[in-house]
Design a protein around this ligand. Sequence first.
Ligand code: HEC
Length: 180
Amino acid sequence: MDDLGFNKIAGAVLGTLLFIMSLGIISNGLFAPVKPAKPGYELASAEPAASASEAAAPATPDEPLPILLAKADVTKGEASAKACTACHSFEKGGAAKVGPALYGVVGRDKGAAAGFSYSEAMKAKGGKWDFDALNAFITNPKGYVVGTKMGYAGEKDGAKRANILAYLRTLSDAPVELPK
Ligand code: HEC
């Protein structure tokens, strides 16, 4: 074999190797796992304003709500919920304050507490306060119910929120089941 022939073959082999390597690099790029910016499932009712809360979302996404609720701490939730008592009563038969009474709120229709005058936005929201809805509302009240008069900035820490939800759940004669 003359030198030129050898060079051609070596060139072909090197070229093939390079091609295979670049395929690997390209496919890694194409198929690299993409972590969702928002954890868990999209709430069908999420408002457009959600993009603003996405920007403010913590770097590590929260675990899915059922998992957070399964390991939630009611006592810690009660402590965190002190922040709500400026405006809400929690005891059975409690009166409306700045906000509606929250005894039995989990599973209740939105905007349905007696003796409280809700915002038009809350009255129009519709549906029940299930855990997903409460979680979304407490994350970002004004994002979830655009136009709400609840003057609370929101709790951005998913674990703390789950603790609060677990505590709210106990404020009932018959606490609803935790989501699976
Ligand atoms: C500064 C006062 C204020 C604080 C603090 C506050 N809320 Fe509210 N909350 C309101 C008002 C006012 C409404 C009624 C909103 C409307 O009609 O738009 C409301 C409504 C709600 C509702 C809807 C109830 C229903 O009957 O539909 C829930 C649930 C709720 N708040 C939970 C909480 C929780 C949990 C906290 C604490 C983490 C909290 N709120 C802190 C004022 C407050």
